[in-house]
Design a binder for this molecule. Structure first.
Ligand code: HEM
Length: 226
């Protein structure tokens, strides 16, 4: 390589990253699979000792032959969710993705987006920009994810982790918080999956990476996908 070629190779900028870079996609889909395991096995464990007498989950949509077996699935999923979730949090903070894509959230923008959605004027043509409602939902579900793991740890080891347990008041309250987080995640999933199916381009982008974007800009700088 002569001096000139070396100079060109040195200064040539690397191509802009995909909208959803590979590590993010891997973490998202690992989380989705682990979350389904957690929900279905959690329902089996719940059935063994219900919180609400009127609420039993049909066996057909639970995971595990009996409660102890479901608990093994739940612990397996727990390690995947906790480690993968931690990696996602570190990635989101260190790369600046959270700052660029999930913030700021302005209440007037949330209200305007809800108004647009209710009057069927919400546009989905710019995949590179999360609207205010998406931002609220994504930040919300990340926080719920943190609380569900913490409340789960507190009811798993109430004696060893008694300091964590008191954050939730007592064992029964921690159990209720864990249950309510599950309900919030199931509700989020219903809306999230429905929207992904309604806007298939967004689903394709979460699978293949989507268009290449200028990382300095949070949206609208999309370049055509190759
Ligand atoms: C089969 C289930 C799932 C499907 C089909 C799905 C689909 C998608 C799609 C298409 C996106 C791209 C965002 C967009 O353009 O609006 C996305 C992003 C996201 N999803 Fe999911 N998802 C699933 C499960 C989950 C679960 C279980 C969670 C968490 C509990 C989750 C949390 C998120 C978050 C936080 C983002 C934003 C990621 C970022 O940009 O940093 N998803 N999902």
């Amino acid at each position: 390589m002569d001096g000139m070629t070396m100079k060109v190779a040195e200064v040539e900028p690397s191509p802009p990253a995909r909208l959803h870079p590979l590590p993010l996609r891997l973490m998202h889909w690992i989380n989705a699979a682990a979350m389904l395991i957690m929900i279905a096995s959690g329902w089996k464990i719940y059935n063994d000792e219900v919180i609400f007498g009127w609420l039993h989950v049909p066996d057909a949509i639970t995971l595990g032959k009996y409660a102890q077996h479901a608990l093994q699935w739940h612990f397996f999923g727990m390690w995947v969710i906790a480690l993968n979730g931690l990696a996602y949090l570190i990635y989101g903070i260190v790369t600046g993705r959270f700052r660029r894509k999930l913030f700021p959230i302005w209440p007037h923008e949330v209200l305007a987006t809800v108004r647009d959605a209710l009057t069927f004027r919400l546009r989905h043509d710019d995949l590179t920009h999360y609207n205010a409602v998406q931002r609220v939902l994504y930040v919300g579900i990340i926080l719920v994810g943190i609380v569900v793991v913490l409340s789960g740890l507190a009811i798993w080891k109430p004696v060893q982790l008694s300091g964590l347990l008191v954050l939730f008041y007592d064992f029964q309250t921690a159990r209720l918080v864990h249950f309510l987080c599950m309900a919030a995640i199931v509700l989020f999933l219903a809306v999230h999956v429905a929207l992904a199916l309604l806007v298939p381009r967004s689903l394709l982008a979460m699978l293949t990476g989507g268009p290449r974007v200028d990382p300095a800009s949070s949206h609208s700088a999309a370049m055509p996908a190759e």
